[in-house]
Structure formats: structure tokens, C-alpha cells
Design a protein around this ligand. Sequence first.
Ligand SMILES: [Zn+2]
Length: 321
Amino acid sequence: MPKEGRSKSISIGKETVSPGEHKLVKISIDRLPTGTLIDIPIYVFNSKKPGPTVLVQAGLHGDEINGIEIVRRMLQEESFHVDRGAVIAVPILNIFGFIHFSRDVPDGKDVNRSFPGTKTGSMASRMAYHYTSQILDQVDFGIDLHTGGAQRHNYPQIRFTEEDEVSRQIAEVFQAPFVFPARLIRGSFRNAAFKRGVPVVVFEAGESMRFDDYAILEGMQGILNVLHHFEMVPELDPVYAEKHNSVIITERKWLRAPTAGMFIPEIQNGSAITKGQELGIVTDTYARRRKQVKAPYDGFVFCINHQAVVNQGEALFHIGK
Ligand SMILES: [Zn+2]
């Protein structure tokens, strides 16, 4: 499990948060063409008692708003109190993307492919750089909140790094409905953290630009499960989401559109599936041709593409067993 030290001050930007303090601090990133300065707001809850420093971040992709709402609701909870260690909470990392309803920054670059970043690089690279240099080295482990991209709806799921045993343990403690390892993507935040020895799990729930209350509650519950596991917060009562045994997925694949047309899913996300079951159809617009999408094995579906019109080969269902 993560290392712990004595209670320590946390310094971000020009601000220091001493043990026993909680504070809103900011990282200055860039200027808009209008001259307006853009800061990333960061809440730091630093307890007097020593313990791990945990990063909870959302909005690395600006249009993935469920995570932003998870952090907002946690901050709003009057009972949210850190008893031990410190929590660094970042509601929106990619401020630019958020105000543009976009995954990326205005020049089209993905911040989550730009880590660790450079001081003089593109906007995405600079955001990654400031974030890496000011936050990552002070953190013992992190929880990164995402949703499916575009119109792909992820049933609440937590992803860990196979090479990192601690990230697997944190993922299990989180108790999302689905748990599985995901390979490290070059330039991602999780990869940059892994290289610095900081375990990170990625919670994926819902789809971009849509609130999904169930996904939000599962996320809040998961974060508190982890914080409670490390005795950083008291046990919750009542809970946000019911306890369930996570389904651990060891093999997964995408089922793709067998032809172009209109895609009609016929199954609820999160369901168990059986080999040969029709999961959906892709049909032409004239009621002449239709192709079935069938389950290749017994397992579960944990992502459904909600795009109505699809091209051949487009990802429709993410399934696993
Ligand atoms: Zn994302």
C-alpha cells in the first residue's frame, strides 16, 4: 500500500497549505487571446494527522462532466472532512475544454496525451507540465475521473495498471461495478504517474456532456470507499451507492458495426450477456437490410455507443468476461 510520511505542508503555485488547513489554491496556466488569465482551481484538505496524500481529479477531458460533478458534490458535502493525510481535489483540469464543451484544448490537442509536458510546448503540453511539476510529486496515489468519449456510455468501471499492484488494490477497494486492467497509453496522466511511482486508477462512468446520476453516485461512493480504507474519512452513513461485488474482467473486446447504418442497441448497459445473444442491430434506413450484433461469448457489456448512425467498423459495444 502507498507510502505515508509525517504530516506535511502542501505547496501549489505560490500557496502553502499547512497541516490542519484546507484551502482553495490555483495553478496559473495560460492567457486567453483576450488577455484573461486562466487558472486551475485546486482544493487542498490537509489534515493534522499524517497519512497518504491523495489526488482526486476530474475534467482532464473538458467535456467529461460526470467527474466534475462528482468532485463538486463531494466539496459541497458538509460532512466531508479529512481525518488523516491530505486530499487534493481538482474539479476541472482542462478549463479550456470545459468552456468549449470539448475534450481537448482549443488547438485540438488532448491534454491526456501530452504528459509529462514541457514548459514551452503547446497549450496542452504546458498544462500537463505545470500540473506534473506542481502536483504529481506531492501525491501518494491518484483517482482520475473520466467518462466515455463522444457518445459512448461507460457503465461505471475502474481501470488499473497491470504492472502496478498498488493500483490494482486501490481499484478493488473502490468497488465499482466493473474492474479491469488497462494498458498504459503514451502521454497519458496515468502513464506519467506510473513512471514517477505514483499509482493511479481511472474511473470511467457515463458519457461526455451528459449527467448520469447513477455514475456520479458510484463515483462518490468509490472515492469514499478508498479514502475510508486508508482511514482518511469516517465510514459513510447513509451510503451513496449500494455495496456490490465488483465484476473483475480479464478479457475484453469491442464489437464493431458489421455494416453502415442505424444502430439500435437492444440491451441495457451493465448487463450479463450469453453467447449468441442478439445485442443490437445495424439496419439501413429502408427496412430492407439488417445485421445482428451477437455476443461472441458469455460475459458482460460495460460500454454502449449511443450514436444512432454508424459507419462500418465503428465500436458499438465494449464487452468482457
Ligand atoms: Zn476522458
